[in-house]
Write a protein that binds this ligand. Structure first.
Ligand SMILES: [Mg+2]
Length: 115
C-alpha cells in the first residue's frame, strides 16, 4: 500500500504549487486517461513481454514514469472526492474475489459473466 508519508509528499507537492484549484474531478480523470495513453505508447507496434521490457532500461524507465503519473492523478482524484486509497483498493479486491472465485477462474481469462 501507499504509505501516509508518500501520500503527504504527493499532497505537499501539489499544495506548495497551488495546483489543487485546477484539479477538478473531470480534469483529473482526463489527465488519468492521457497518462494511460502515454503508457500504451510503450506497447504500440510490438509484442514485448515482461522479460523484454525489464531488459530494456529506456522502456522500463518510461513505463516507470507513466505509472507514477497515473497513480499520482488517481491519488489526487481520490482526495478530491474524500475517498481513501486503501479502502478503494481493498473494497475492489473483495468485490473481485467474489466475482472471480478461485474455484471457477483459476487459469482462465474469461470475464466473470462467462464463468
Ligand atoms: Mg506522462
Amino acid at each position: 500500500m501507499i504509505t501516509k508519508e508518500t501520500l503527504n509528499r504527493i499532497y505537499s507537492f501539489r499544495e506548495s504549487r497551488d495546483w489543487s484549484k485546477f484539479h477538478t474531478p473531470k480534469d483529473l480523470s482526463v489527465a488519468i486517461s492521457i497518462e494511460s495513453a502515454e503508457l500504451l505508447q510503450y506497447f504500440l507496434w510490438n509484442n514485448k513481454n515482461s522479460d523484454d521490457i525489464k531488459s530494456d532500461f529506456k522502456i522500463l524507465e518510461g513505463i516507470h514514469e507513466e505509472i507514477a503519473d497515473i497513480l499520482i492523478y488517481l491519488i489526487y482524484l481520490a482526495k478530491e472526492l474524500d475517498l481513501d486509497m486503501d479502502t478503494i483498493l481493498c473494497d475492489k479486491v473483495e468485490k473481485n474475489s467474489d466475482k472471480y472465485p478461485v474455484s471457477k477462474c483459476k487459469g482462465s481469462c474469461k470475464k466473470y459473466t462467462e464463468l
